[in-house]
Design a protein around this ligand. Structure first.
Ligand code: FDM
Length: 208
């Protein structure tokens, strides 16, 4: 049986990742493709609850400590992710280690240090970068509720994302109409499946 694909959505806050990743999972399921949505941080676990408390400014943590918690929050589900992929389930993931590095490096933590705890995690097959200028994101509903939703900081985060891109990334203009973005994402996903069905590659590891 073919393994599932690992498709990741990354981007700055309020770029529409959650909307588009949810729509993609629904569309794939309706086509009979088994797909599951995962979101990082997963705020439901014990580690996730500490992260949530930090993001909503109920508890304080050092930049280094919260960075490591975000990473641990991925490692705690890694074996489940591998099992899902190997059993043929496609994973659609809303944020991952690239967010981890972009946000912490934007706080001026050392870039190499930021990558280290996530080395060896499963690597995505394709990354869709939902690109929106922070000035446009700021106009969206609910912006500013959490600790990182500040213009200057988000501009820094966006720059950090750009330094990590390779040819497995596609940049999606997140300022477009939602339906148009969905169609573009469906086209990109079909291409990824076609390539995968032609020559299935083993699941790679991140930054090794
Ligand atoms: N974030 C997210 C990080 O700082 N590091 C990480 O590793 C991850 C996964 O958490 F501002 C930040 C990005 C964002 C915040 O994310 C919460 P959501 O997608 O808004 O829940």
């Amino acid at each position: 049986m073919a393994r599932g694909l690992f498709i990741l959505f990354e981007g700055c806050d309020r770029s529409g990742k959650t909307t588009q990743s949810t729509r993609l999972v629904e569309a794939l399921n309706s086509q009979g493709i088994r797909a599951k949505l995962l979101k990082f941080p997963d705020r439901t676990t014990a580690i996730g609850k500490m992260i949530d408390g930090y993001l909503t400014q109920q508890n304080k943590l050092s930049d280094e400590a919260v960075h490591l918690l975000f990473s641990a929050n991925r490692w705690e589900v890694m074996e489940q992710m591998r099992a899902d992929l190997e059993s043929g389930t496609t994973l659609i993931v809303d944020r991952y280690a690239f967010s981890g590095v972009a946000f912490s490096a934007a706080k001026k933590l050392d870039f190499k240090w930021c990558k280290a705890p996530d080395v060896g995690l499963l690597a995505p097959d394709r990354v869709f970068f939902m690109d929106i200028h922070p000035d446009d994101a700021a106009k969206r509903e609910g912006y500013g509720d959490e600790i990182y939703e500040k213009r200057e900081f988000q501009i820094e985060v966006r720059v950090k994302f750009f330094t990590m891109m390779d040819n497995s990334w596609s940049i999606v203009d997140a300022n477009k109409d939602k339906d148009e973005i969905h169609r573009q994402i469906m086209a990109l996903t079909s291409k990824a499946f076609a390539k995968h069905n032609e020559a299935e590659s083993p699941i790679k590891k991140l930054w090794t």
